[in-house]
Design a protein around this ligand. Structure first.
Ligand code: DAH
Length: 339
């Protein structure tokens, strides 16, 4: 009988050692220690043994029962710990990994240039005005003194949304809205988006930005215009920059001029950027046409004024050495991240 008990213990120990799950452990427990388990069966057989053997076998059974209970408990602990380890292994946190840097946004290069331009004009005493991108014929052309057959009104240049509704092709439209809304003195700059039916290439885009300037007061001369534009040019590109005026035509100014800057790349000596001319054409300007003043109810005998307008893309391209306007609208982070 003692032999049998020893065999049972060896067998149980091996089984416990091999138990890999709680379920297997429960089965083993039932097999050896359960109500119908091996130990119990031996106990039940004790009554059939010779009298003198009974107490010895009884004690051996108790001992075996205790031993197995301890082994089961120990195995249970080992399994639980193993499970924790396995779970921990599944969700490792490697604190030595470098963090992910969040991408920090910044202003678009066009916005930066636009804001810098506006800020120069604010310093000169101008304030900022805005107007609608969707305009009507009156503000778009008529009140700006365009004769009825001017080519700028062709659909070639302007997007018409309806018979009388169009996307503004220049910020000059806002001149009229500002003057209609107030009496002189007027001193505004108008940054804004414009649209033209232009074929997209390295220097043209159907959607672009302009900044318009308008100053109306008593005794304003073309010298004031020139001084203002030169102050802008020097604020943007440096003290060495100067302005060149050449005669031009715009319906809403008389006289009108095209204004150019001494080349920001070569300083006027001639280079690839200025096509060896030493100058960069920037925009249009002139003295506000008396007809325009009359259109908004100002007395042209009392007031004179100047106006100017130019594209922001060109200013930004010269500033940063960008040779293709399309880059501004590409949304390409490799380009944008440089500014
Ligand atoms: N609006 C003109 C254009 O888009 C630029 C311009 C010329 C604006 C003369 C002016 C001006 O205010 O006086 O080509």
């Amino acid at each position: 009988m003692e032999e049998k008990l020893r065999e049972l213990q060896t067998e149980a120990e091996a089984a416990l050692q091999a138990a890999a799950t709680e379920q297997q452990l429960d089965e083993i427990r039932a097999r050896y220690l359960g109500r119908k388990g091996a130990v119990r069966q031996i106990r039940q057989s004790i009554s059939g043994l010779p009298e003198e053997e009974r107490p010895l076998v009884g004690q051996a059974c108790n001992k075996l029962q205790k031993t197995l209970e301890k082994l089961v408990a120990a195995r249970q602990d080992a399994l639980a710990e193993g499970q924790d380890d396995a779970a921990a292994a599944g969700e490792t946190l490697d604190v030595t990994l470098p963090g992910r840097t969040p991408r920090i946004g910044r202003k678009h290069p066009l916005t930066q240039t636009l804001e810098d331009a506006v800020s120069i004009f604010l310093g000169l005493g101008f304030s900022v005005a805005e107007g609608p991108e969707v305009e009507n014929y009156h503000y778009g052309f008529e009140a700006l003194n365009y004769p009825a057959d001017h080519p700028a009104m062709d659909e070639q240049m302007t997007f018409y949304i309806g018979e009388n509704t169009l996307l503004r092709s220049q910020t000059s439209t806002v001149q009229i809205r500002v003057m209609e809304g107030q009496e002189p003195p007027v001193r505004v700059v108008v940054p804004g988006r414009c649209f033209r039916r232009d074929t997209v290439d390295a220097t043209h885009c159907h959607t672009f930005y302009q900044i318009e300037g308008l100053l109306v007061d008593e005794g304003v001369t073309m010298a004031d215009l020139r001084g203002t534009l030169e102050a802008f040019a020097q604020g943007m590109y440096g003290e060495q920059t100067h302005v060149r005026f050449r005669p031009d035509f715009f319906p809403f100014t008389e006289p009108s001029a095209e204004f150019a800057l001494s080349c920001t790349m070569c300083g006027g000596e001639g280079c690839r950027v200025c096509s060896d001319t030493g100058y960069l054409e920037i925009g249009g300007c002139g003295m506000v046409d008396p007809n325009v003043l009359r259109n908004v109810g100002y007395d042209p005998e009392k007031y004179t004024g100047f106006a100017f307008g130019f594209g922001i893309e060109r200013i930004a391209m010269l500033r940063h050495g960008i040779d293709d306007i399309r880059l501004f609208y590409s949304g390409d982070m490799r380009f944008l991240a440089q500014f």
